[in-house]
Ligand binder design. Structure first.
Ligand code: TYM
Length: 347
């Protein structure tokens, strides 16, 4: 009989995060996620980044489009500075431990926890009985993505906070139910000026790829003219920029543009205010547009270059998947031992 596996309480630092291939990426995804992913990689930490195609199909995806979007997200990772030699870059469905562990975690998590998720409520809408079962179980698959690698840190935007809390609950319940200290309880990393980039048309709403108004967001595929036009037309109030960050309270549209500027320029919002205190939006918006074009232009160009070579992208994802599998497989074998399943053994 195999004894349950006990692992040391201290887990080596490992970063994991994922992006859904369910539409084109926005400035919110770039500033809240991609840019920070590259920073983590360059701090010399072990980093795994995943295009989460299993998550995408919780709502209907046209198959050819899903494949195309998966490659596009992979291209965006690389164009944003993810080096597939340094980070493990792959698509989720190629590493079967995600789905296998998700099943085990489905049996640990409670249905009530899933119903409480605000993203489920938003996405399922009024007719939630008619949404896919996968959409309800989505956060448990997300917990599996993270725990399959014994991840310790998860950089995400603010909107994923609740899912991360649930992941922590699932890790704790698994450890408790089986009497082990097997999974680390992962820390969300929600840092910087742009953890919640807001709509350019309504500073109280998140910038989102699913917003019906294209003017509400900057897409990573937008050209320079489109970016400049969207920023010029962004909603603002008639007041000039205040003297300090506190002066932005109650001015969500102005605050959003300042935060975007800060995140793009690697400044704090206070430093931006020091530069632009008292400026009219007629001055600030063109400066922001120039900055956005300067920072995003090279990323868009690199994405387009990579997208012209889909075989190369597929090869990169395949190599990443092999590396990811090599980490996840032995961890899942340990899960089988803990749960009481007979695992295959080489004889
Ligand atoms: P997704 O694909 O919706 O978004 C990818 C990342 O972009 C961040 N983000 C934003 N950040 C700031 N401002 C915004 N307006 C904005 N919009 C999106 C998100 O917070 C996210 O970090 N469930 C996840 C994908 C996922 C995942 C995981 C993440 C699946 N498994 C495991 C981390 C770890 C999602 O739908 O993200």
């Amino acid at each position: 009989m195999t004894e349950p596996v006990q692992t040391p309480q201290v887990f080596p630092t490992r970063v994991f995060s994922g992006i859904q291939p369910s539409g084109s990426l926005t400035l919110g995804n770039y500033l809240g996620a991609l840019k920070r992913f590259a920073q983590k990689q360059n701090e010399g930490i072990e980093t795994l980044y995943c295009v989460v195609d299993l998550h995408a199909i919780t709502v209907w995806q046209e198959p050819a489009k899903l494949r195309q979007q998966t490659r596009e997200i992979a291209a965006a990772f690389i164009a944003s500075g993810i080096d597939p030699k340094k980070s493990v870059l792959f698509n989720q469905s190629q590493v079967s431990a995600h789905a296998e562990l998700a099943w085990v975690l489905n049996c640990v998590a409670r249905i009530g926890w899933m119903y409480r998720m605000t993203q489920f409520k938003d996405k399922a809408g009024a007719n939630s009985e008619n949404s896919s079962l996968g959409l309800l179980a989505y956060p448990s698959l997300m917990a599996a993505d993270i725990l399959a690698y014994k991840t310790t840190h998860v950089p995400v935007g603010e909107d994923q906070k609740q899912h991360l809390e649930l992941t922590r609950d699932i890790a704790n319940k698994f450890n408790h139910d089986y009497g082990v200290k097997f999974f680390p309880v992962p820390e969300p990393l929600i840092e910087g000026a742009a953890t919640r980039v807001m709509s350019l048309r309504d500073g109280t709403k998140k910038m989102s790829k699913s917003d019906p108004s294209d003017a509400s967001r900057i897409n990573l595929t937008d050209d320079a003219d489109t970016i400049a036009k969207k920023i010029r037309k962004a909603k603002t109030d008639p007041e000039p920029l205040p003297e300090s960050v506190e002066g932005l309270d109650g001015r969500p549209d102005a605050k959003n543009l300042v935060n975007i500027y800060a995140a793009l320029a690697d400044l704090t919002p206070a430093q931006v205010m020091a530069q632009y205190a008292g400026a009219q939006f007629g001055t600030f918006k063109p400066a922001l547009a120039d900055l956005a074009v300067e920072k995003l232009g090279p990323i868009t160009a690199e994405m387009n270059r990579l997208m012209a070579e889909p075989d190369e992208i597929d090869a990169i994802l395949g190599r990443g998947a092999e590396r990811a599998d090599a980490i996840a497989r032995p961890i899942f074998d340990d899960v089988k031992d803990i749960v009481g399943m007979i695992r295959s053994r080489q004889v």
